[in-house]
Design a protein around this ligand. Structure first.
Ligand code: NDP
Length: 438
């Protein structure tokens, strides 16, 4: 850290107050590699305080009418211009722990907070330590919207410390988590002794299947976007593209041509298509996958390792990577099996419908898939047999927030969405009352 420089210092938001922490973590600007803010390094003590605040707020908040809760959510939605109003109704019941990842940090956090509080729960949320600023900015709006103290508490810090203290807190009975499959498994273990109710939205290794009757004029630009939007750091991004053999070379040529036109640069430049990756560690991890693919004999058609990056001086130490296209790669290689979560996509040819279904399903994940074909019968046959929570046909990332969302296999348990959130965030009780003469 450079001496003499001043940084934005975040504070936890507990019981409606900003509370300083005894120790802080450095947070880096990915476009320069420099420290730009300090994030509380919270632990058990801060989580205990937040749980207490949530418990104190619970009787008042859960007994408000759904309409009263909806009014405050609508105010907050207006203040941050978001979709929160969708969840503005229904019954309650508990303290919920919400843990969100660094990609799409505000969107994924509000997508957890809104249904939980709409159904009358009070919450303790822990955003990712590397993307905490937007959550901290939202805390100011919570007070402005008029939420009673303690309904939403935000505790910043690292996963293994603050996150673990939240997951293993005996008074927090619901955990809604979005993040990697590895951390999801850890959360299952840590919450098991308390039999907590869990919603886990985890990783993916999403296939796109392109049949020879696909409209390539639409398919190519959408597939480039589905592979590299947000640097490939969206859980729903495509990372394996299966192309029917008789159009394989045509698709490849058009795809690579389009990828080479993508501009990588500082996200403040409105003309760029792709910014930096989230962290130095993540950049190293993604580069390592590309290196391994090369060692295994795969071919890199464009991107890291074969093209140069031209960046302004200020961004020379940022975590940038070119969108990378890999071919001639075996289905069992790590690039085709592991979630890389970066701007890397593998393209391979297939012959038959049966073959491509088997190969697309041949990973441990099952989050999202795309099928491209003009044949409606085929689209239905294939989509039905893909072991994936979500299948788009001839499009990508078109979402109706009322539809359920979530993965199969190692991509998660419990589905989110308006109706599904109701099932997760509410409690159905059996109360037997025996009437006796007094
Ligand atoms: P991580 O699993 O590393 O972290 C997610 C969150 O969990 C962070 O807040 C992290 O804290 C916290 N955490 C880490 N360790 C623990 C622990 N032991 N106990 C409790 N909490 C912990 O995921 P990433 O942040 O790297 O996010 C990327 C992943 O998220 C990808 O796998 C992606 O597919 C997945 N994802 C899934 C989505 C879906 O809907 N299925 C949507 C978006 C992303 P900290 O970072 O502060 O250490």
């Amino acid at each position: 850290m450079e001496s003499g420089k001043t940084y934005l210092v975040l504070e936890n938001y507990i019981g409606g107050q900003f509370v300083p922490c005894s120790s802080y973590l450095d947070s880096y600007d990915p476009s320069t590699g420099e420290v730009y803010c300090k994030v509380p390094d919270s632990g058990q003590e801060e989580i205990d305080a937040a749980v207490k605040a949530a418990q104190n707020a619970f009787p008042g908040w859960s007994s408000k009418s759904p309409q009263e809760r909806a009014k405050l959510l609508s105010k907050l939605a207006d203040l941050i211009e978001d979709d929160l109003e969708l969840f503005a109704q229904a019954e309650s019941k508990d303290q919920a722990g919400l843990i969100s990842p660094w990609n799409l940090p505000l969107y994924l956090l509000t997508w957890k907070i809104a249904p939980a509080i709409a159904y009358g729960n009070t919450v303790i949320a822990k955003p990712s330590e590397i993307t905490s600023v937007t959550a901290w900015m939202m805390c100011k709006l919570l007070s402005k919207a008029g939420f009673p103290p303690g309904v939403v508490n935000i505790v910043f810090g690292s996963g293994p410390k603050a996150g673990d203290a939240l997951v293993s807190h005996p008074e927090v009975s619901l955990i809604s988590f979005t993040g990697s499959t590895l951390t999801g498994q850890r959360i299952i273990e840590r919450s098991a002794p308390y039999c907590k109710k869990l919603s886990l939205e985890l990783g993916g290794k999403n296939p796109a299947i392109i049949f020879d009757d696909a409209n390539l004029d639409e398919c190519v630009p959408v597939s480039v976007r589905s592979s590299f939007a947000n640097q490939g750091e969206i859980c729903l991004c495509t990372s394996r593209i299966f192309v029917q053999r008789n159009i394989y070379h045509e698709f490849l040529r058009k795809f690579v041509e389009a990828v080479k036109k993508w501009k990588v640069g500082c996200p403040t430049d409105p003309t760029v298509d792709m910014g930096p990756l989230i962290s130095k560690e993540h950049l190293a991890k993604v580069k390592n996958y590309i290196k391994r693919a090369k060692e295994e004999g795969a071919e890199i058609l464009c991107g890291e390792g074969i093209n140069g990056l031209d960046l302004p001086t200020r961004n020379q130490h940022g975590y940038f990577l070119l969108p990378t296209v890999i071919t001639t790669i075996a289905d069992d290689s790590s690039c085709m099996q592991d979630e890389i979560f970066g701007p890397v996509t593998c393209i391979t040819a297939f012959d038959t419908e049966e073959e491509v279904i088997r190969r697309a399903n041949g990973v441990k994940y099952g989050l999202a898939a795309v099928v491209w074909s003009r044949n409606v019968g085929r689209v239905h046959r294939v989509a039905k047999r893909l072991r994936s929570g979500l299948v788009w046909t001839n499009c990508w990332l078109i979402r109706d927030l009322n539809l359920p969302f979530g993965g199969m296999k190692a991509s998660g348990i419990g589905r989110e969405g308006a109706k599904d959130s109701y099932e997760f965030f509410t409690e159905i009780k059996t109360i037997t009352i025996k009437h006796t003469e007094m």
